[in-house]
Design a protein around this ligand. Structure first.
Ligand SMILES: Nc1ncnc2c1ncn2[C@@H]1O[C@H](COP(=O)(O)OP(=O)(O)OP(=O)(O)O)[C@@H](O)[C@H]1O
Ligand SMILES: [Mg+2]
Length: 480
């Protein structure tokens, strides 16, 4: 097993317990299920040790794939277990030996779990595998998470004639779980649920398709970010051979609506095959899991959107703000890990102390600024693209709409098109100009802020232009 794999396994420590249960029961209580197991293992099973192996709910698909692979050419088909809810509360040993329940082979219980943005896989929710591993019979009980029965994660119980076989089986199983993982190369977000973190679910997202042409930034800005995130990955072999590290931390900061998230979406479309985990707001609490997943699945990208939201918040990782857990996760990865952390914020000043106290985590900080006059013209032209609007009109609108952002330009054009559509005609230059009047005059500052009018993120009386005063880091500057 290589280092990332080992690390990954220890990651999920919280979810994983390896408990050896001595079965030690009255052999006359053998259930019909017990008889089947005893027959397969070919030995008296009343004193055999079972190994319990827990795994996070979202890895059950991977576990199911690994078990199917292990049992593909050897052993016997999996079977289900009778006994309804009662069996949920009992360990394998008590399903095999019981003076009360007559647990018997039965049809398998299946469950459908997502394995992609639009696909799902049928996995065994409660079933017994009979696998011949390296010539030895191994029985594995596979159970899905059942938080309502106090089982927040999925669980395997492994029974074989000796513990060495069981542990070798578990090693091979863990290797397969990683290599067959349906998470690899996907774009995921983690979500908690009412049962707490240990049942952190992974949600699959479509990989965005955003061209470089769709991201309108000052010259060189996008290229700088792409070079750091994508370019380093492409030169992986050369960099490693020259003893250079691959791990990178990128901070994108700037006012709301200027294209930070759009830039991230572009980066994701530039990196097909790279596993990406997106964490926003409260899901940033899953940073440790995300970092470990990234390490195991590298090349990988971990995106932490709006990290300022957790700058003060205390997570489950101790008394420190969650932000420190984020920075520590960055630090915890080896330098040669092909993992990129991308942090975004529109309140960089909130992060400064933390970044200064944990230097070296972020190696590229790039400002995504309010667009200047020429960027604004490009933005307005971009969003007017394909519409019957003249360049003169879009340029004129851009020149008037000072201190606005890309999201404002997009909304402006939408309103102009809507006005025309309501009157059953094509959009005209006049619609654009009238919509702009409306937006600029409608005028509460709040309305402009909501549209990405480029105001300071916290209204403390400074004009939007002074936003730069919040942001002492210049584009492309290096922290740490
Ligand atoms: N630089 C830009 N180029 C092209 N479109 C842009 C740009 N900035 C913003 N937009 C448009 O506005 C939308 C919102 O921008 P985005 O979500 O990237 O802002 P943000 O910087 O992440 O803001 P926040 O700080 O509020 O998260 C984008 O999806 C895009 O349609
Ligand atoms: Mg954003």
């Amino acid at each position: 097993m290589d280092d990332p794999t080992r690390e990954f396994l220890s990651t999920f420590q919280r979810f994983m317990s390896e408990v050896v249960n001595q079965v030690s029961v009255d052999s006359s209580d053998l259930t019909p299920l017990g008889a089947v197991v005893q027959d397969f293992l070919g030995t008296d099973i009343s004193t055999l040790p079972a190994i319990t192996h827990g795994l996070p709910a979202h890895r059950l698909v991977d576990a199911d794939l690994a078990l199917a692979e292990l049992g593909r050419d050897s052993g016997q088909p999996p079977i289900g277990v009778s006994g309804g809810q009662q069996r949920e509360h009992l360990p394998l040993s008590e399903l095999l030996f019981s003076p009360y329940g007559r647990f018997s082979p039965a049809p398998i219980d299946y469950l459908s779990i997502a394995d992609g943005p639009e696909t799902a896989r049928r996995v065994i929710a409660f079933g017994l595998h009979r696998i011949t591993f390296e010539g030895h019979p191994v029985v594995v009980l596979e159970r899905a998470a059942q938080p309502q029965f106090g089982r927040p994660g999925a669980q395997l119980e492994i029974l074989s004639r000796d513990t060495e076989t069981s542990s070798r089986f578990l090693d091979e199983f863990s290797r397969l779980v990683l290599s067959l993982s349906v998470l690899r190369g996907k774009v995921l977000s983690f979500t908690g649920n009412e049962y707490g973190n240990s049942s952190a679910g992974a949600t699959f997202l479509h990989r965005p398709a955003v061209d470089a042409d769709d991201v309108v930034l000052p010259p060189g800005v996008l290229e700088t970010v792409v070079r750091h995130v994508v370019g380093i990955g492409e030169q992986r072999e050369h960099l490693l051979a020259a003893g250079q590290h691959l791990k990178r931390g990128v901070l994108l900061y700037g006012p709301p609506g200027t294209g930070k998230t759009l830039t991230v979406r572009h980066l994701l479309s530039r990196t097909p095959g790279t596993t990406a985990v997106l964490l926003t707001g409260s899901s940033i609490q899953f940073i440790t899991e995300a970092a470990e997943l990234a390490r195991a699945m590298q090349p990988a990208i971990v995106v932490l959107e709006d990290v300022d939201l957790v700058a003060e918040e205390r997570g489950m990782h101790g008394p420190q703000p969650l932000l420190f857990a984020v920075l520590d996760a960055l630090d915890g990865l080896e330098g040669d890990a092909d993992v990129t952390f991308i942090l975004t914020t529109n309140r960089v000043q909130v992060l400064e102390r933390a970044l200064a106290e944990r230097p070296g985590r972020v190696d590229l900080a790039v400002e995504i600024p309010l667009p200047d006059a020429s960027s604004r013209r490009r933005l307005f032209r971009h969003y007017a693209g394909g519409l019957p609007l003249t360049t003169e009109a879009t340029d004129a609108a851009a020149d008037r709409a000072t201190e606005t952002t890309g999201s404002f330009a997009k909304e402006l054009v939408r309103r102009a098109v809507l006005t025309a559509a309501e009157q059953h005609r094509a959009v005209t230059d006049e619609d654009l100009s009238a919509s702009l009047d409306g937006l600029l005059e409608a005028g509460t500052q709040l309305a402009r802020n909501l549209l990405g009018g480029g105001a300071a993120p916290e209204n403390d009386g400074r004009s939007p232009r002074q936003w730069g005063a919040y942001a002492p880091l210049s584009p492309g500057s290096t922290l740490g």
